[in-house]
Design a binder for this molecule. Sequence first.
Ligand SMILES: *Cc1c(COP(=O)(O)O)cnc(C)c1O
Length: 409
Amino acid sequence: MINRNKGFSNLTAGYLFPEIARRRREYAEKHPGSSIISLGIGNTTEPLSPHIAKAMSDYALALATPEGYSGYGDEQGLKALREKIAQVLYAGKVDASEVFISDGAKCDIARIQTLFGRDVKVAVQDPAYPVYVDGSVVVGAAGQMKADGSGYEGIVYMPCVPENNFFPDLSVVPENSIIYFCSPNNPTGAASTKEELTRLVEYARKHGCIIIFDAAYMEFIRNPELPKTIFEIPGAKECAIEINSFSKPAGFTGVRLGWSIVPNELKFADGSSVNKDWNRVMTTLFNGASNIAQAGGLAALDEEGLKEMKAIIDYYLENVKTMGKVLNGQKFKDAGVKVYSTGNSPYLWVYFPGYKSWDIFDKILEECNVVVTPGSGFGPAGEGFVRFSAFGHHKDVEEACKRFENLKL
Ligand SMILES: *Cc1c(COP(=O)(O)O)cnc(C)c1O
């Protein structure tokens, strides 16, 4: 018989979101008729903009004609889309040859692991989006969960907590590590400043590290002082890869379209080009993003598409304000609840003193019939926190906010 991939046996517990779904199902079965509102999984809820949807629909219909048909395209993506991303979103700071179109950011983060293999050292923000760590465990770049449950062997956790303003102490990162860094952050919502990201880039350059910068929430940044991409920081092209996606800004969570930026300047220790190997990964292990989705991506980046994307993000940011008002209310203040929210991300990161994350999760589910996400699922430093997601219809979020009044703290 075939031995099981050791990486899978090393993975502890289920992936966070299936466990949330299980508890929700169990509650619903015990309490039929309860209407549960989900502010849990960061999944978009608002319809696609008509302009973007029409571009995809036109493209799909044209595929049924001899003139409009196309089969496999370039694995790196449509040239026009690569150029448009470089121009519109990076203002020419990156070249089209450095842009690779994909089926989404999570898939790119998984493929990135094949680029660095199992011998690489890995540092992550703690808490963090789960795929950085779980993906590293699967390929063997990380080992088993430590006996005290404080994290996986071989992963360096960089706590991002209120005490350090959610920006980590970088001195814990060993030489020659890859550093996963997400800003605006999922789950904490923290958006790093130019000064902070400059420190990150300088540290990486000095210590031979490569930053995998996850900018999936760049379009939620509303403070013009904050950098939207790592490539706004001088020197980043020698030490960073950016992973990005249409999922959150354009509602493409189901459509599937993302991109990565791998600068031509970025080199491995032997002087070889990271961009060349990434090109190899994308051409060998991936066969190009859907041409229909790419037509949608092009439409999202023209004048009308950009306007409509901004409107959808504004809609979600309204929800952040609505929830922030309630969770900052007297009742919660009296219980010592602390709300961390910058207005530059769709998440509110909320600390409930005296509770474990899963306990407060269960309490909010039972007393409010609202699903949130337990902070401990994102890493040890998330214990005691829960994440409230602003992806939801206004009426659902307003209803959830009313129910928060029922919470007995
Ligand atoms: C949602 C999310 C992604 C996933 O994006 P897809 O393009 O849908 O795969 C990546 N990174 C972070 C931090 C996310 O929250």
